[in-house]
Design a binder for this molecule. Structure first.
Ligand code: NAG
Ligand code: ZN
Length: 594
């Protein structure tokens, strides 16, 4: 038996190696990897204590694609290990790990607000909408006053036999009369308001460019501003609650970060305040949106990064057009089911180009909402004008690599513009569940050819590293549902395609599971200048991960529609743990309370 002294002396170089390993010297990593695995891990664990082991770890890093353990210090991964703990190790925890998930396009405040509003998603008829509003009012008697309007979201006139709803439709029964009500359409591009709200508005109603009032009580796109001016904004306390509830709900879905696609400067102040809190558990890449849409307001907010990587501000959100559902997207050719219209731009080409130039010259990444093929064309034209000024000595492609301009939605793109995007490398930010939600009517709006050649492309856009997202609260925030939509092109709600079959809607545009996962991890990291830091398990990255019951690739495709995550970790801290099933043995329930 070697003496204690010999052992102690022998362990010094190992401990030193462990120390050097932690600070990231590559040679140290070699040394530790040469040791018997259980010993190496034991040493690291005892010195720095933060070692996590699982049945499997999918890292999405080329260095070590699959692993079993990783070490964490100061909120970052410090090492990833292929080996298991071995016989001396403590029991290996259950579970299969993937990198923390990111939603590449969502709306945090609106999502939180939705959690507190009447849920009208999927309401199949006007009667069902009314019933849900009455139920909501029963559980929220305080809502509906002039100071606190009753809010809801999710209606769709397609479920009202195709007729737009009207203000008087909201005069429902006795205890629902004279309420202040404002309900967002399913795509949040229109609001439907009650008579009480209409009474507040000027008469006659102003004509707003880029806006439409399709029925008495409904306001779309830029016309929403007519109503928004009178909306009593929730106070700071409510808004803080919206954000925190949104954050917790997202963590529950395995989401560790999100790109917030439009944050007003005043809201950004609240974000900054809340994010300082220890208990803030979501990374936010916020796109700045001026209080007045499509303007240049550099004085209202500056670029900003917190040291812990919880908040990043370096991009701006502009809006070229509206949405397809309300014929608001700006098209090169008229709609097939509304030949007198080709939608409308929210801003003209000159103004959009000027904005792209001004914002990018101020150092901001420019992210333009574009749905229709005209809007996508103008977005690309605006980017090109900006490259010419930003990088006079570089190609457009080189300039794009530096500035990473993005098209949010990139839904309907003419083949000529698809070609331009490929040549330049413009990043599309896509929502797979928009494709499956819009598929019932997309072809009638666009016709067969346009749908086949231009619309809701995913596989075709793969070389551009598409960022995937949900646009929550417009769609459910579940990334597993998003992955399902991407790999099947079928609705996560029904499991069916537009024709009610199981083949998928334009199945040639499906992604593989791996590609979809990259779309919710590596690609959003790239689109946010966070490659190597987010969406990956490797040394130096934020220690964010998700624990699943099975390796993702072992899950039945259909079960993605309902699967849940076991745990979510952000910055090395567990921020969500799925409750154990009720019937499982729980010692605390058995022991008498002291
Ligand atoms: C474009 O919009 C800007 C800002 O709204 C306006 O000042 C300008 O006259 C418009 N230009 C054209 C060509 O319509
Ligand atoms: Zn959005």
């Amino acid at each position: 038996m070697p003496s204690i002294t010999t052992l102690a002396l022998a362990s010094i170089p190992i401990l030193l190696a462990a120390v050097v390993y932690q600070v990231g010297v590559p040679e140290a990593r070699e040394i530790v990897n040469l040791l018997p695995p259980f010993l190496a891990l034991r040493i690291l664990e005892n010195v720095f204590s933060e070692i996590h082991c699982y049945e499997s770890v999918q890292t999405l890093s080329d260095e070590l694609p699959s692993a079993n353990c990783f070490s964490v210090a100061n909120g970052k991964f410090t090492g990833v290990f292929a080996h298991t703990m071995g016989p001396m190790g403590k029991e290996m925890p259950d579970g299969h790990v993937i990198p923390g998930l990111w939603d590449g396009h969502g709306h945090l405040m609106q999502y939180g607000e939705l959690l507190h509003s009447a849920d009208l998603f999927g309401a199949e008829s006007m009667d069902e909408v009314k019933q849900r509003l009455v139920d909501y009012k029963t559980s929220h008697p305080e809502a509906g006053t002039s100071a606190q309007w009753l809010r809801g979201v999710g209606w769709d006139q397609a479920n009202f036999g195709g007729r737009w709803p009207l203000a008087p439709d909201l005069e429902i029964g006795e205890n629902f009369k004279d309420q202040y009500v404002m309900l967002d359409r399913v795509d949040v591009h229109c609001v439907w308001v009650s008579n009480k709200v209409l009474d507040l508005l000027p008469s006659p109603l102003p004509d707003v460019p880029g806006g439409e009032i399709p029925a008495r009580g409904v306001f779309c796109d830029n016309s929403i501003d007519i109503v928004a001016k009178y909306y009593p904004k929730p106070g700071k306390e409510s808004r803080s609650k919206f954000l925190k509830d949104a954050m917790l709900n997202l963590n529950k879905l395995g989401i560790v970060g999100m790109h917030d696609a439009g944050v007003f400067p005043s809201e950004l102040e609240l974000y900054k305040e809340l994010i300082q809190d220890e208990d803030w558990t979501l990374r936010v890449y916020a796109m700045l949106e001026c209080e007045t849409r499509n303007t240049f307001c550099p004085g209202d907010a500056s670029k900003f990064h917190t040291a812990d990587g919880k908040l990043h501000v370096q991009s701006v959100k502009l809006f070229a057009d509206g949405a397809l559902g309300s014929w608001g997207s700006a098209m090169l050719e008229p709609y097939s089911d509304k030949p007198e219209s080709s939608g409308s731009l929210l801003v003209n080409a000159t103004a959009l180009t000027k904005l792209a130039i001004d914002w990018s010259a101020a150092g901001f990444q420019v992210n333009i909402h574009a749905i229709g093929d005209l809007a996508n064309k103008l977005a690309i034209d605006a980017f090109i004008a900006a490259y010419d000024l930003l990088c006079p000595d570089a190609t457009h492609q080189q300039c794009q690599t530096r500035h990473r301009f993005r098209i949010e939605h990139a839904q309907i793109i003419h083949p000529d513009q698809q070609k331009q995007m490929f040549e330049i490398g413009i990043i599309p930010s896509i929502q797979p569940t928009h494709a499956t939600s819009d598929m019932p009517y997309a072809e009638s709006r666009l016709g067969k050819t346009r749908t086949a050649e231009e619309a809701y492309r995913m596989r075709s856009l793969l070389p551009l590293r598409p960022i995937l997202g949900s646009d929550f609260p417009v769609e459910p925030a579940s990334i597993l549902e998003g992955i399902y939509a991407a790999i099947t092109r079928r609705s996560p709600r029904t499991g069916l395609d537009a024709g009610g079959g199981e083949e998928g809607w334009y199945p040639e545009e499906t992604l593989t599971l791996k590609e979809a996962l990259r779309g919710f991890t590596l690609n959003p990291a790239h689109g946010a200048f966070l490659e190597g830091k987010a969406g990956v398990i490797k040394q130096g990255a934020y220690a964010d991960w998700v624990v699943l019951d099975e390796p993702l690739e072992n899950l039945e495709v259909e079960s993605l529609r309902t699967a849940t995550v076991k745990e979510t970790w952000v910055g090395g801290k567990r921020v969500y743990k799925r409750p154990e099933p009720e019937d499982s043995f729980n010692i605390w329930k058995v022991l008498p309370t002291p």
